[in-house]
Structure formats: C-alpha cells, structure tokens
Design a protein around this ligand. Structure first.
Ligand SMILES: NC(=O)c1ccc[n+]([C@@H]2O[C@H](COP(=O)([O-])OP(=O)(O)OC[C@H]3O[C@@H](n4cnc5c(N)ncnc54)[C@H](O)[C@@H]3O)[C@@H](O)[C@H]2O)c1
Length: 253
C-alpha cells in the first residue's frame, strides 16, 4: 500500500530538480500526479515515463492566472479531483541589493511569491471540494535567515513562510493542512547550473554544512511526502528545515 494511494497531487516546477523527484516519489507512493512546468519537453517526457494512468503534464507558468485555471481544469478532467498541491517552482538570481535591477527583483517575486499565492488561491477550493488535503510550499533556508547576494530571493522565501502560516489558519476548517519545506543547499540545476562535478565542490560543503555534504533532491521529496501524507496529520502552518544542520549555528571545529 502506498502512502498516497487515492490522492491527486499537482506539483509545480516538476520537470527537473526537486519537483521531478517529488513527482517520482509521489507516483511511486500511489498518487496520481499532475506535473506543471514551463519546460514542456522535459515535463512531457517525465509524465510519459511515469505512465498515463499515474501522471499528466500541463504547461503551467505559475505567474499566470489563466494557466492555473487551465491546470486545475485539466487535472479534474483527467483524474476527477485535486487534493494536494506542492508549490515548488522557483527561480534564483544572484545580486547585491544595491545592484539589483527592479525588473530582476520583480521577476523573482513574480515566480516565487506571487506564484505560490496564485497556486494556493486556485487549488485550495478544489482541495476543499475534494473533502480536504494538503499544500506544501517551497521556501528555503533563506526564508528563515539572511544570505548575502540573494536579497530578492530571500525576501520571497520569507514571504512564502508568511503565506504558509496565513493559509494554514484560513484553510484548517476546510480540512487543508499547509506547511513549508526550507531546503539548504540541494544538488539541482538551480544550485549547479553548469552541471559541475559534485566532487569539485565537495570540500566547500564539507566545511560549510555540519553533515558535510550538499543535500539530494530525493531527500527534499521525502520531506514533501511526509507533509503530504497522513504521517503528518496533526501538523499545519510550519516551516521544516532540511539543510544538513547549516542553520543550527556556527561551529569553530
Ligand atoms: N536547490 C537548492 O539548493 C534550493 C534550496 C532552497 C530552496 N530551493 C527551492 O526549491 C524549489 C525547487 O528548486 P530546484 O533546486 O529543484 O531548482 P530547479 O531550477 O532545478 O527547478 C525549478 C523548476 O521550476 C521551474 N520553473 C521556473 N519558473 C517557473 C514558472 N514561472 N512556472 C512554472 N515552473 C517554473 C523550472 O522550469 C524548473 O523545472 C525552488 O522553489 C527553489 O527556490 C532550492
């Protein structure tokens, strides 16, 4: 028996990285998975690999109200309901605040923050109609602390935690739990766009992270599964840090 048997979960940014691993794990645990992304070729290929009875791909730019409405309609038509959402899509831009162009700041807000808001607004009524379910938002280590050089990104990830807490309060009576994952450094195309051999950065993470290595997207997927399934039935409104101990503090050893 799978941990998500009978569930229908929409995962944004599901074509690669953490979203891909969430889609794979959720499907393996019995869910029907709706994969949303702007990388249509990769998303279609993954849905095909997972199988037509288990997965469907929809073009979903999370900044578009129209795309959200179409994605929810497609999910209902294909699988009859939606009772889970993982707001995972995100973008990262490096810049000091005083050098950040307004357009860049707005672009990061648009995907990471507005996209999360639009997802909650579009999907929560469907989850309520299905009798309840879950929303997992993707914040970050930088949703709980600062990091120089990623001001726009950190601002949006703090905002995602605010949205998570308010949504949890507003949606609890409808049987919807809302939580957030806060990953540290995870080995995906976002953190490693050039596809550099992880061995080349191993020494950096050995020093930086108490557990001595970069995280794997499969590990974030396992946390998202916990927050989507019944094992977390009494948990809502919380941020869950998954960072190898990075946020625990400073060590001189
Ligand atoms: N990798 C890390 O170290 C790390 C750390 C903390 C938080 N996160 C967060 O985890 C989430 C997943 O990141 P990842 O590391 O897998 O990155 P990634 O770049 O590998 O994947 C992100 C996915 O989001 C999609 N996406 C981007 N803009 C979109 C849009 N407008 N609409 C729909 N999809 C869009 C991309 O096409 C891609 O498939 C993001 O929210 C990210 O901010 C990542």
């Amino acid at each position: 028996m799978g941990k998500l048997d009978g569930r229908v979960v929409l995962v944004t940014g599901a074509a690669r990285g953490q979203g891909e691993q969430e889609a794979r794990l959720f499907a393996a645990e019995g869910a029907k998975v709706v994969l949303g992304d702007v990388l249509d070729e990769a998303g279609e290929a993954l849905a095909e690999e997972l199988g037509k009875d288990r997965a469907a791909y929809v073009h979903l730019d999370v900044t578009s109200e129209g795309d959200w409405a179409a994605a929810v309609a497609a999910a209902e038509e294909r699988f009859g309901k939606v009772d889970g959402l993982v707001n995972n899509a995100g973008i990262l831009r490096f810049n000091e605040l005083v050098s950040t162009p307004l357009e860049e700041f707005r672009a990061v807000v648009s995907v990471n923050q507005t996209g999360c808001f639009l997802g909650i607004r579009a999907v929560a009524p469907e989850i309520a109609a299905a009798g309840g379910g879950t929303i997992v938002n993707t914040a970050s280590y930088t949703g709980l602390t600062g990091m120089a050089g990623v001001g726009a990104y950190a601002a949006t990830k703090h905002a995602v935690l605010g949205l998570t807490r308010v949504a949890a309060l507003e949606l609890a009576a409808k049987g919807i739990r809302v939580n957030a994952v806060c990953p540290g450094a995870i080995d995906t195309p976002m953190s490693n766009p050039e596809g550099v051999d992880p061995a080349a950065t191993a020494e950096l993470y050995r020093k930086l992270v108490p557990l001595g290595r970069i995280g794997r997207p499969e590990e974030v997927a396992a946390l998202a599964l916990f927050l989507t399934g019944e094992d977390s039935a009494y948990i809502t409104g919380q941020p869950f840090v998954i960072d190898g101990g990075w946020l625990a503090g400073v060590s001189l050893f």
